[in-house]
Ligand binder design. Sequence first.
Ligand code: 7TS
Length: 406
Amino acid sequence: MPFDINKIRKHFPILEEKINNNSLIYFDNAATSQKPLQVIERIIDYYKKENCNIHRGVHTLSQKATRAFEETRVKVKEFINAESSHEVVFTKGTTESINLVANSLGEKLLQEGDEVLVSAMEHHSNLVPWQMVCKKKKAHMKVIPFNDKGEIILEVFKPLLNSRTKILALSHISNALGTINPVKEMIAMAHEKDIPVLIDGAQAAAHIEIDVQALDCDFYCFSGHKMYAPMGSGVLFGKQEFLEMMEPYQGGGEMVDTVTFEETTYNELPFKFEAGTPNVESILGMGAAIDFVREYDLHEIRKHEEELLKYGTEALSRIEGLKIYGTAKEKSGIISFLLDGIHPYDAGTILDQLGIEVRTGHHCAQPVMDRYLIPGTVRVSFAIYNTMKEIDKLVGGLDTVKKMLG
Ligand code: 7TS
């Protein structure tokens, strides 16, 4: 479908809302995206016509729901170009996907003195689970630094890979800085030393193309709710060889084959990792979100968001006393900044009065703020429906902020 921003905006009913008597300008897409009607209607339809617990039901309704659920798995497989839908595990989001791998793979691979390598720009979700498993196994977390622009330098990264490194866990895109990391090159470098790699793709899905086979990552995690899908939908992609050797993360129904008091055998992939009743309506909603994104060329979406980034960066850079954090050459549509002498929280509060929703604080990436010796930033993050006009209004809003507080 041709990329027509006015038509695209019509898919998102929330964009008609007023916030403090102003038209909503939603710039907090890195936290969660808004949902198109197709996704909202998919959830309503499910509860009106298909609601039933999935798998193993002999009756029509259960089979209908199961079919829709498993068709979504195939959609996800195609969306990320996995080799097989057995490699697609449904979770409730990136956090759960990473915890699954940290626990299950960490348990298998880590021994005393081993190292888990992460970057200094990770979201807490890709730090804390590794810290927890390292503590348990007496292993260490090592950190890849980044430069003032927010870039990882490959020559600095390479020597950090050594015979003790058992896992590399890395974000595709930084939520605090917007940096797109050179993950393909880093995965190849880790693989030269047989080190498996997990990519946290929370900020990548629906913004840039994800091709897990081209990346050759061993695990890829993302959340549906940041890519126009409902809350509580998420994906863990894992290469079959790893998922097969890993123990289940949680026990319960669905993940088993046979159960006696003496012994339990596990279900086949991916069900081994899907204990209990899943969030069926959210997963179906994620299928509808993928259909929505696929109506457009992902390159067109990326081009639009790149234009917003360029326009926004130039416009904000012209504001006196404004400093942007995260100026990497490869960036997605995220701009983090501070206004001289103004606390981000105060700026965010005034912008909200004008209907402009931005995020303020450390963005669950405290080590990034520590790196720059700042308490936090104001962050604007773009999605498919944002416009240059909205950026102009943000610039006007920041002018008001400066007049009131500067
Ligand atoms: N990884 C990254 C890079 C993220 O940006 C986030 C959420 C997560 C993991 C966790 O995702 P979840 O869906 O499991 O919660 N990031 C943000 C943010 O930037 N503002 O709010 C949530």
